[in-house]
Design a binder for this molecule. Structure first.
Ligand code: GLC
Length: 719
């Protein structure tokens, strides 16, 4: 928990003075200006604040507007308690960074922290004091639109992401003028929704919960996150908003979380729809008993808890406990000392705009994954004619992604703008040709004419920003509309084609990757998208991005991820009776960690010690990496572990570390992966952690592709 000044005397005094309605007001957060992600927004917000029925607002920003709301609470309500002001600052506030899935592709925790720090500075400058981020849902199903908001498929990566984002948003002092409360969401296993359909039920084993879905939240709690938001989903039949075992027992008791639990938008009322509450009073009592402190938007606490009290479903002590936690958060944010401090730093933040844009460009470049390249990239410097084709070539608004924060399309640099800037001598023949998701082919003929004349075709395809994100699951996550027809027509012209794929998820791309000379995954990269993409196309930046999710051949392979247990009949056994598909490969199109460079890197050697280790030892793994040229570049290597024989079957690969090294052409260097032996503990059949003696295999390589992993074996000795 981020330590800050908590004046318990003030809290106790306020609790003693508060009416029931004022207490329930502190447990209620309403949308101030517009409903973003659910039923209609609250009406008459100013009156609610004056009456003490709104302890927090969401979806409002701007120094003047937020100060006006704080003034209403401070000067026109009976007790003058300042407001929480929350907003979804997921990947930037005004300077928009790559969507979280793209940012994860940088595998750069320091960058993850820096972008959160900048986002917090900008948001706090706009009077926001709480963000509903980081989103920490491990996601292995590209049909699920919220994979775009996630740090990808791996719990180790998600845990590092959690730590970095909590540090970035909250800084070391939550009361600082540019610190905002982080909310780890959506607790938990939301990424495992049935059939990839948003909000759908989740059935997971206790093992999967504890090995995959809970670790990122444990990391967020350990990093001191101020709040946690339960997901809309149920887990094994119990809605997360009412999940006593996970919210009270695991989150608060087992993990020691002392902060605030805030429901998702209208989620408490939706307990009735989910079939566990007959009315609002019951819904409110279930949520409060599970440990939900703040009711976002449903009105269940204000309208349902009085009846719940009179029906004996809850006690005043539970309400006071929740109110105390909310007031303690306001204390830690410094809101009682100076509620107007956030929202008044415009000059300070404006002065550093250039630095923020530079950071946005650097992170965006690093998020780009070069999926395939036959050498057409980097583009030759003497190109005369470039055909810039496709609906995402000049689409500023789409670059913001599905959670644009306070970002503006007008602030985004498109590929077309950046290409014109970077190659002023080249003739750029631009034609969108088709819409993102419509059937209008009227522009295709013009596009093909441009392509026939061009030295190279840049084919910019993909999704719109809102085809991923919340409530945007896709059963056929491929190129929308008639973009596949456009691609086939362009690829049939026998011209060099670079496919630039903008999306919030891995897309199913039949044939495109094989037929194009190069393919880039550019996700949604934010304010500096165009500059970043063109920097990679021209070689001004040597790509470093790596896939944080496995990229499937086909929907039929989903869910798909690298960390799976071995079957008794492996697909590659060659036996007729094997765990395989008879109509497609079992391997993905691209594995977790895949990403090409303009350099050629090799792992020249791999060493590990000690040969035998005990639980309290530190294992040292060292890989010698060489850059065979021709460009200077940065290599990312992954450390995986396998426990081939154990008391329960263990995954073929478990990620235990990531390291990077920058090398000039011809240069070699050593990458080290320090690994505490205790990190090899796993949950036994009884789900208790155990350290078992025996062989352990350590793999180092550029992705989860077994063909490119160097291996060394060590032996664990019992205590
Ligand atoms: C939405 C989302 C959640 C977001 C909240 C407030 O429904 O599920 O991630 O923070 O509402 O916008």
């Amino acid at each position: 928990m981020a330590k800050g000044r908590v004046n318990m005397g003030r809290i106790d005094r306020l609790l003693a003075e508060m009416t029931l309605e004022e207490k329930l007001g502190q447990l209620s957060m309403s949308a101030a200006e517009f409903a973003v992600t659910g039923p209609t927004s609250a009406q008459g917000i100013a009156e609610s604040i004056r009456a003490g029925r709104a302890g927090g607002l969401l979806n409002i920003w701007g120094g003047e507007r937020t100060r006006a709301m704080q003034r209403l609470a401070l000067e026109e309500s009976r007790l003058g308690i300042p407001l929480l002001i929350g907003f979804d600052v997921l990947h930037g506030h005004k300077t928009i960074f790559p969507i979280p899935l793209a940012e994860a592709a940088t595998f750069a925790p320091l960058l993850w922290e820096r972008t959160a720090r900048v986002a917090a500075e900008e948001a706090a400058c706009d009077g926001v004091n709480m963000t509903f981020a980081p989103m920490l849902d491990v996601a292995r199903d590209p049909r699920w639109g919220r994979i775009a908001e996630s740090p990808g498929e791996d719990p180790w990566v998600a845990a590092r992401f959690a730590e970095a984002k909590v540090r970035g948003f909250q800084s070391s002092d939550l009361a600082a003028v540019d610190a905002i409360a982080a909310t780890a969401k959506h607790f938990c296993a939301y990424g495992a929704v049935l059939a990839g359909r948003d909000y759908a039920p989740v059935d997971v084993s206790e093992r999967l919960l504890r090995e995959v879905y809970l670790p990122p939240f444990a990391a967020a709690v350990a990093a001191g996150c101020a709040a946690v938001m339960p997901g809309f989903n149920d887990v094994n039949g119990v809605p997360m908003t009412a999940h006593v075992d996970l919210l009270r027992d695991w989150l608060r008791q087992e993990s020691g979380f002392e902060g605030v639990v805030i429901s998702d938008y209208n989620a408490i009322a939706e307990l009735m729809t989910q079939g566990v509450a007959v009315d609002l009073a019951e819904a409110a009592s279930l949520a409060l008993t599970a440990g939900v402190d703040i009711d976002m938007m449903s009105g269940a606490y204000l309208c349902g808890l009085p009846a719940a009290l009179s029906r004996g479903l809850v006690g005043m002590d539970q309400i006071d406990l929740a109110v105390g936690r909310v007031l303690a958060l306001k204390e830690r944010l410094g809101l009682f000392e100076d509620p107007y401090r956030r929202g008044s730093q415009n000059a300070l933040v404006a002065s550093r705009r250039g630095l923020r844009r530079d950071l946005a460009r650097d992170v965006a470049r690093r998020a780009i994954v070069l999926l395939a390249n036959d050498g057409v990239l980097p583009l030759a410097r003497d190109l005369r004619k470039i055909a810039l084709i496709g609906p995402l070539a000049d689409a500023a608004a789409e670059m913001l992604g599905p959670w644009p924060g306070a970002g503006q399309a007008g602030d985004c640099v498109t590929i077309r703008q950046a290409l014109t800037e970077a190659l002023p001598e080249a003739e750029i023949l631009y034609e969108p040709a088709v819409g993102i998701d419509d059937r209008d082919a009227s522009g295709v003929a013009a596009a093909l004419r441009f392509c026939r004349d061009a030295d190279v075709v840049l084919l910019c395809l993909g999704e719109s920003a809102h085809m991923s994100g919340e409530a945007a699951s896709r059963a056929k996550p491929g190129l929308p509309g008639i973009q596949n027809d456009l691609a086939r027509a362009v690829l049939a012209l026998d011209r060099p084609v670079v496919a630039i794929i903008g999306s919030g998820r891995p897309l199913i791309l039949p044939d495109l990757v094989e037929k194009a000379q190069a393919t880039l995954a550019t996700w949604f990269l934010g304010s500096e998208a165009g500059h970043a993409i063109v920097d990679v196309l021209t070689g001004a930046f040597n790509p470093v991005g790596r896939l944080p999710v496995t990229w499937p051949h086909d929907v039929g392979q989903i869910p798909i991820n690298f960390s799976v247990r071995q079957t008794g009949r492996p697909a590659d056994s060659g036996a007729p009776y094997a765990s395989k598909y008879i109509d497609m490969p079992t391997e993905p199109l691209f594995p977790f960690g895949h990403g090409l460079s303009y350099s050629c890197f090799i792992v020249a050697s791999l060493h590990a010690e000690p040969e035998c280790f005990r639980p309290d030892d530190e294992i040292s793994i060292a890989a010698e990496v060489s850059n065979l040229g021709p460009f200077a570049g940065e290599e990312t290597l992954f450390l995986f572990v396998r426990d081939p024989i154990a008391s329960v079957a263990r995954p073929l690969l478990e990620l235990k570390g990531v390291a990077k090294i920058a090398l000039a052409p011809g240069e070699s260097g050593i990458l080290r992966f320090p690994l505490p032996a205790r990190s090899l503990c796993f949950l036994g059949a009884d789900l208790a952690p155990r350290f078992e003696p025996g062989e352990f295999r350590f793999f180092v390589g550029p992705s989860a592709d077994p063909a490119h992993l160097a291996c060394v074996t060590l032996r664990a000795l019992s205590d």
